[in-house]
Structures are given as C-alpha cells and as structure tokens.
Design a protein around this ligand. Sequence first.
Ligand code: SAH
Ligand code: SF4
Length: 393
Amino acid sequence: MTSDARPGISGLSPDALATWVEASGEPSYRARQIADAVWKDGGITDAAAIRTLPEGFRATVAEAYRFDTVEDSEIRLADDGQTEKALHRLADGALIESVLMHYPARGASRERQTLCISSQAGCAVGCPFCATGELGFGRDLEVAEIVDQARHAQRRLAETGQRLTNVVFMGMGEPLLNLDRVLAAVEALNDPRRFGLGARHITVSTSGVVPGIRRLTALGPQFTLAISLHAARDALRDVLVPLNRRWPVAEVVDAARDHARATGRRITYEATMIGGVNDTDLDAAAMADLLRGDHAHVNLIPMNPVAHTPWSASPMPVIERFAATLRDAGISTTIRRNRGQEVGAACGQLAAERAGEPPMPAVARRRERLEAESAAALRGERSHDPVPVGVGE
Ligand code: SAH
Ligand code: SF4
C-alpha cells in the first residue's frame, strides 16, 4: 500500500490555485495554464506534461500536487462494451468504483454518456440490499478523488472524440454525508472554467439526508435530485434504509418537494424492487398516496443480486403491476433495466468482492436477521433499533 500526501490539483478552487501560484512567485497567467492542463479533455495526469510552464516551475507544481488521484484503475466491460466499470485504487489502498454507461440516441433523446461516481469508500447507512452498505464505512473521498473519476472517464471518451454528458452520484457512498466535499465537487463539475457540465446534467442521489437536501437546494443551480425511496411506509423503510429512523420518509419527501419548488426541477424517486419485500399491493398503494400530485418521477429498478442477502429481484409482472398502481395515481413511472450486471455493476459490488468473504456464521446471522426484520415490517411493526453509528448530525 502506498500513500501520497500531495493533494489532488483538481480539488483546488480557481481562487485557491491563483493564490498558490502567486505565493510561488509566478505571474498570475500561470494559474490559467495549469487549469487548462487539468481540465481540457479530462486533462493530463502528470505535471511534467505542461509544456507551457518553465521547467523549474513544472517541478514545483509536481512536488506540490497530484494530477491524478485515481491512477491505479482497472476497467471491465459489459453489455457489449456499452458499460465500462472502473475499479479505482486510491493512494491509501481504498477501493472505489465508477461506471460509464453509453446510451445510444433514441427518439427525441440524444446520445448520452453517463458516469456513475462514488463519494465515499464504503457507506455508513447500511441498506441491507446494497453491497456498499454491507462493506460498512471506510472514509470520505476528497474533492479531487470525486472529480478525478469524471476526468478519468472523460480522457477515455476523448480518445474517440466523445464527451461525458451526465454525472450521477450513484456509486459508492452517501453523497450528502460527505456534504462539503460533494458540494465542492459538484461546483467543479458544473463550473464552465473547469469540467463544464450543465447543472441539470448532474444528479445527486441520496438515501434521505434531510439537512443535506436543504443545503443542495440553497446552493441555487438546478442540480437534479434523486431520492432513494424504496418504501413509503416507515416500518419497512426503517429496515431497507436505516437512515429512515433519523429522518422519516415524510420529512424526506417534504425536503424534496421544497427542492422541486425552488428549482422547478422534477424529483426522481428510485425504488429497488425486492421480491416479496417492498413490492406488495399495500406498498404500491402507500407510495401512490405519498407522491400523488407531486412533480415527481419514479424509477423502479429490479434488485441486482447481492451476496449475503436472503433477497432477489421482484418478478417483472409484479413490478409492472406496481408501476400500474403508481401511473393510475397520475405519477410518471418507468421500469429501468440494470446495466453491467455481469461485471457486478451494482453499487459497490466489485469492491465488496475484493474485500473477501465474511465468515459463514456471520452471513447466516445476517440473513436470519433480515428475514425477521422484513417479516415484521410487512406486518407494519416499526423497528426499535438505534440509528446506525456515524449517521446523522
Ligand atoms: N447512497 C446514495 C447513492 C448511492 S446508491 C443512495 O442510496 O441514494 C445508488 C443507488 O443504487 C441507490 O438508489 C440504491 O438504492 C441503489 N442500489 C444499491 N444496491 C442495489 C442493488 N442491489 N440493486 C439495485 N439497486 C441498488
Ligand atoms: Fe449507502 Fe446508498 Fe448503499 Fe444505502 S444504497 S448503503 S445509502 S450507498
């Protein structure tokens, strides 16, 4: 395992870079030259390649900053090359993932290149159907480590003259529990002088960190908000998204409504469909009641198989029936197919594989607990377990 104390240069704001250049005794236009090298077509990975800088200053820059914080990356292809899964090893050995998905033009919608990025190594929220949740919390990512996932993908795309069109924070981690760094990364991705993606093309997905949603709303630009809803009833959502015990579903939906009002943007709700757990008629009716009349869109996503759970995806006819209940209530709903299943493209699956197998008795206990908890939730009983450690204010 190596470690590198130099900060990533892509995490610097334009002001911070200008201040550093000035403090180094160089003329201010050098900041622009460095920024061009960092951001154009995903940028360079080594300061030595900035030919516009004098050699001495090039060495000073290289000593102070890293030009790539996700350099040790392994790429796996799936879906006939339409999905590229990258496993990034960070300087301290932490593993994170990003997934690049190519969507061909269809009807009125243009071709898209969407990158799903991680905000943390692991996650403290502990949703039991999620491979990252099972890994537990590792650490928050630095701003540069978040942004460099997008630079990495952009460099790969630039080789064939393509551009990244969308970024979604749906990889590992809960973005709104690494709030300051995620907001700085979102600004860097949005800034026309840096990555330059339109705010509407940046989606932040959250399991429901209410103060974080409110800060994102206050930031102003029209970023897209996705809420991982999974269940509309507190008893069930307590089990599927343990954060619900801290911020119950009604508070989450309230904050999402305020975001929709302030930005004019439709909220996307996501529900991972788990057979016999959250796909019942009762749950469809509860979700329809919760979202009726809202400026919202619901994505129903069959659960990706994840080791060590007793669960699997709902059958397609059941998902279709669930969708019909929502549509009957006037809620626009789509059923989304999973991308990259064969390379383990569900959130955190590759990194989980690398983490190795937990001991058998622990796996058996986990399955038993989940079965008991979801059965109680189906009966409408709320869990009395505490909020997970490291979560909440
Ligand atoms: N922590 C944030 C963002 C990362 S998770 C959040 O929960 O919103 C991104 C999405 O992947 C979430 O909607 C999550 O519910 C979904 N997901 C996690 N595990 C999954 C699985 N096994 N199958 C399908 N979707 C899954
Ligand atoms: Fe964390 Fe999101 Fe996975 Fe839940 S679904 S454990 S919030 S990464």
